[in-house]
Design a protein around this ligand. Structure first.
Ligand code: 3HC
Ligand code: NAI
Length: 692
């Protein structure tokens, strides 16, 4: 049963029991109504308490039911709340742990609410691209006030129950057993009439029009491409401007509209994608984890410093090892400066600053790191250097320590083979800046132990990263795909586009940064270095030479104040460069290419479909476990627009047949060989299926 019914003296207790978070799916909704019917029909029952079993009162509507007939199947959440609100016996919500979305809306339909201190109270629907659709926008402002209610609904941010103790939302906020407190309240109010109902409360806010207009302006400026936040303001506005029942109807209309939008579907895809990524089919959820109480990082460069900060931020002491004192001092000073900047911005307290800085120490000696539970290597991207480091780690690290590499392109199996304990070796691929970027690619080697993988996934959560498992291949999931995107960007320059047009087109599509601005930021020399290796190892892969010519001009990007764009001292703004544009145009002429006008649509399709096609290979080869993992990599590590849900999800929304047809058109152009659809993509398109 997804809700249990018990009678406790004169009080009926309905306990939601739909693990893990008592989502209000159809079965649970039906069970609540059944419980209410029993309670109303039993003359011995004088009050009803609704509570939740396990780790939540309720996490809200069952998101998996959205856009399926079940979501609308009676009893809908509206019906459930109506039954509760129209009960002629008092109904008391006993709230603990989590009370969100539809769960809070159900509680708002009750006559009384008792909460346990610490319970997280929220209407987080906006984060899923929708708005509270079961009366939340009408009832919450009636109990917490128009301003506070609007803030909660537009931000979706949870508020601890005790912060709301003085509002009409809660009759009591208790430290101890919430069910006991609710039963005591039930005894007290069993005969009190009329029954208090939230819908009957009037919102007292004389200047509401000005407030709503101000809110609309503020929210519009922050909502970006998402329609939901503004609709939240509209719906909350209805709580003051309309009669209660009309407000409910209006809220419903907006909900139905929003739940159909691609933006909302994309956000829900990301919600489930994030959770799916932490699951590996052949690694059971109860795999014993290795304890990570201390860490070490090899190399205090760009990545090593950021990686060390992650450990310190999570309260794990970390030692950084360098070859020379000078490099170590420089690395430690950079870390300190980063923390100082956060402190100055007021985003870190002095106490936390001291604590974090204190957790990071430096050393030049391997003997000092031998007892660490995990070591992450972040030295130069060179197999010879990695070999030296891993042989040394094999000598000094205690048994059971995890030996991780932050390599971005090298073969993790080969790195593991430098040790006598390949089961302990794994790739932990952080993204720059490592203390900021959410993505952590977890590279599973052929021999990586299941417990090492499970521990790494748990570590990702602990350091607040999105961990995505990748198999071993050149570039893993993210960089292997981005290479195809970069190749297309290069070809577009040869055929007629200029860097600014390409960047602007893809940024308009929603990417945080176009490929050329990104190259200037990361350093064009990195790609040059990789390509030089590719020219020898994979001569069959073609690249535009424009990026090499750029590097030969010494234009490595922001660090040399010149890259695809010109930069002025102390200014990161890119200015289109005449020299570079001349070089690009001359290069086309040298190749005998007649430059043509390229549309922004073609630019976007070529860049994004290049990602999609490589993603399909990666999926079919088993490098990624599922399409949503690829989307998570791109949403959290590569600035792919969240409202489009990631490259694979985006391709699904375009329709895979359309994607393949467009690719066939590109295949007839220059470098057409790049446009052969991956077998999986071709198959799914032919069968009318999708990736997700
Ligand atoms: N519907 C369906 N599944 C849900 C769910 C929901 N509302 N909330 C959580 N889950 C599932 C997760 O997918 C996950 O499933 P898995 O174990 O198969 O991966 C499992 O519950 C546990 O979730 P978490 O890993 O996130 O557990 P935490 O303990 O870290 O967090 C939580 C719990 C705070 C409830 C968090 O899951 C959360 O924020 N959930 C979403 C809450 C939400 O957005 N509610 C509003 C729903 S929309 C709504 O109510 C519409 C209404 O207005 C009409
Ligand atoms: P970096 O050049 O900034 O830092 C490397 C550091 O390692 C230097 O401080 C160097 O002194 C030190 N070092 C070199 N050999 C050493 C050894 N034998 N023992 C101890 N220390 C040694 O390089 P960066 O950018 O930090 O890259 C490190 C690794 O991270 C590489 O494998 C790279 O591919 C990978 N990576 C880099 C990303 C980036 O954006 N820079 C992103 C993701 C991964």
């Amino acid at each position: 049963m997804t809700a249990e019914y018990k009678v406790n003296g004169a009080v009926a207790v309905i306990t939601l029991n739909n693990p893990p978070v008592n989502g209000l799916g159809h079965a649970t909704r039906s069970a609540i109504v059944e419980g209410m019917k029993k309670a109303l029909g039993d003359s011995a029952v004088r009050a009803v308490v609704i509570t939740g079993a396990g780790k939540a009162f309720s996490g809200g509507a069952d998101i998996k039911e959205f856009n399926t007939p079940k979501a609308m199947q009676e009893p809908t959440l509206h019906t459930v709340i109506n039954v509760v609100e129209n009960s002629d016996k008092p109904v008391i919500a006993a709230i603990h742990s989590v009370c969100m979305g539809g769960g809070l809306e159900l509680a708002l339909g009750c006559n009384y609410r008792v909460a346990q201190k610490g319970a997280q109270i929220a209407l987080p629907e906006v984060k899923l691209g929708i708005l509270p659709g079961a009366g939340g926008t009408q009832r919450l402002p009636r109990v917490v006030g128009l301003e506070f209610g609007l803030n909660m609904i537009v931000s979706g941010t949870p508020v601890p129950a005790e912060k709301l103790a003085k509002t009409a939302l809660f009759n009591e906020v208790v430290e101890g057993d919430v069910l006991e407190a609710a039963l005591a309240l039930a005894a007290k109010v069993a005969d009190v009439r009329p029954l208090p109902r939230v819908r009957d409360i009037k919102i007292d806010y004389p200047n509401y029009e000005a407030f709503l207009q101000f809110s609309r302006n503020t929210v519009k400026a922050m909502a970006g491409p998402f329609p939901a936040p503004l609709k939240c303001v509209d719906a909350v506005g209805a709580a003051v401007t309309m009669k209660f029942d009309d407000g409910i109807k209006y809220e419903r209309e907006l909900f139905v509209e929003l739940v159909q939008t691609t933006e909302s579907k994309a956000l829900r895809h990301a919600f489930f994608g994030e959770r799916a990524a932490s699951k590996v089919p052949d690694v059971p959820e109860d795999t014993p984890l290795r304890a990570i109480k201390s860490a070490a990082v090899i190399g205090a460069g760009t990545m090593g410093g950021g990686i060390a900060m992650n450990f310190a931020n999570a309260g794990i002491p970390v030692k950084i090892l360098e070859m020379k004192q000078e490099a170590l001092d420089k690395g430690l000073a950079t870390i300190r400066k980063n923390y100082e900047n956060t402190l100055k911005k007021g985003k870190l307290t002095q106490e936390k600053f001291d604590q974090r800085v204190g957790l990071i120490t430096g050393t030049l000696s391997y003997e000092d790191i031998g007892q660490a539970d995990i070591v992450v290597e972040a030295v130069f991207e060179d197999m010879g250097v990695k070999e030296q480091v891993f042989k040394k780690l094999d000598e000094v690290m205690k048994q059971g320590a995890i030996l991780a590499s932050n390599t971005s392109t090298l073969d993790v199996n080969k790195i593991a083979s430098f040790t006598k304990r390949p089961q302990d070796v794994i790739g932990l691929h952080f993204f720059s800046p490592a203390n900021v970027m959410k993505l952590l690619e977890i590279v599973r080697g052929e021999k990586t132990g299941k417990d090492v993988l499970a521990t790494s996934l748990a570590l990702a959560k602990k350091i607040k990263k999105t961990g995505v498992v990748s198999g071993v291949c050149d570039g893993f999931i993210g960089n292997r795909m981005i290479e195809q995107y970069s190749r297309q960007a290069g070809f577009l320059l040869e055929e007629g586009a200029l860097p600014e047009q390409v960047d602007k087109a893809i940024e308009k599509f929603g990417f945080a940064m176009g490929p050329f601005r990104m190259g200037d930021l990361a350093g064009n020399d990195i790609g040059w270095y990789i390509r030089k290796r590719r020219y020898v190892e994979k001569p069959e892969v073609t690249y535009s030479k424009t990026a090499d010519l750029l590097c030969e001009m010494g234009r490595f990007g922001q660090k040399t104040s010149a890259g695809w764009y010109d930069y002025k001292p102390g200014d990161r703004k890119p200015y289109p460069s005449q020299v570079v544009n001349d070089m690009i145009i001359k290069h086309s002429a040298d190749l005998g290419i007649e430059r043509r006008k390229i549309s922004d649509e073609e630019i976007v399709q070529r860049l994004v479909f290049a990602l999609v096609n490589e993603g399909a290979y990666i999926l079919e080869e088993g490098i990624a476990q599922r399409a949503s993992d690829i989307d998570m990599v791109y949403l959290t590590g590569y600035g792919f627009p969240l409202f489009r849900g990631g490259p694979m999800f985006y391709a699904d929304t375009v329709g895979l047949q359309n994607v393949v047809m467009t690719m066939e058109k590109f295949a007839r152009g220059r470098h057409g060989e790049a446009w052969k659809p991956a077998p999986l993509l071709a198959r799914l398109a032919a069968e009318g299926k999708s990736f997700n």
